[in-house]
Design a protein around this ligand. Sequence first.
Ligand code: SAM
Length: 275
Amino acid sequence: MFTHDFKTITPRPFLKWAGGKGKLIQQYIPYFPTDFKNYYEPFLGGGAVFFHLLPAHSILTDINPELINAYRCVRDQVEQVILILEKHQSKHHKEYYYEVRSGAGTSDVERAARFIYLNKTCFNGLYRENSKGAFNVPIGQYKNPTICNADLLCSVSAALKNTQIEVRPFDAVVNYAKIGTDFVYFDPPYYPLSPTSNFTAYSRNAFTETDQIKLKDIFAKLATLGVKVMLSNSDCLFIRELYKDFNIHTISAARAINSKGSKRGKIAEVLVTSY
Ligand SMILES: C[S@@+](CC[C@H](N)C(=O)[O-])C[C@H]1O[C@@H](n2cnc3c(N)ncnc32)[C@H](O)[C@@H]1O
């Protein structure tokens, strides 16, 4: 039985996600197009830009099937997701975390609740799989993690109601976005600033230099069609050279620049626009 008395709150990302753009949005605001109809976000992740813009028509895609399943279940079956998450919250401790991590939800909602539970309690909200595709991030050091924020999940569910959410590789966007009233925001895994700065380069779903070049070709193709295109990436010679025909804006970001979280410094990122 579902008995919550919900507070209405503003939707925002409901997951912690590496590369989440929440803190950079203020710097992005001057560069968002003022006028567009359909919004496309092919590297959805935590979806910070979607939740900021809340466009009326959106197609949200990502290559991670567990992530997309979580979004779809929050959109379509939020009450069931909340009920299972509350169960996880009441049982949360170290052994329980590893028990849930080693299992797999049987239904879509169970998988979604498992995904959100692990995201809220694992080390730094990371998502990493071993070579067999099993989630393998250790538990994080949180005293009292908020595992089930029912008010937030309900407001997110409402915000997602009219969106299309699919598992797709980023290049599928060319099948959707075609005209001047379309806006595409690309937030790919960043080009690494040093060979060791990006562990994803070595994982199963590595985003390689070839992928960065393919992405630039898609950016250019969409721009030629008149689609408004915006992209985030690291500030380095390779990316500046790749996008030299477009508008490159410098964004300053506080990021961990090496493996020691304490050694954080301000480093630059770029925001590229076709308009
Ligand atoms: C930097 S994150 C996006 C962060 C997001 N904008 C946010 O604010 O949280 C990159 C995302 O790209 C996805 N991804 C990686 N390779 C991809 C590919 N080839 N096609 C589509 N998505 C991909 C990852 O699953 C991840 O969610």
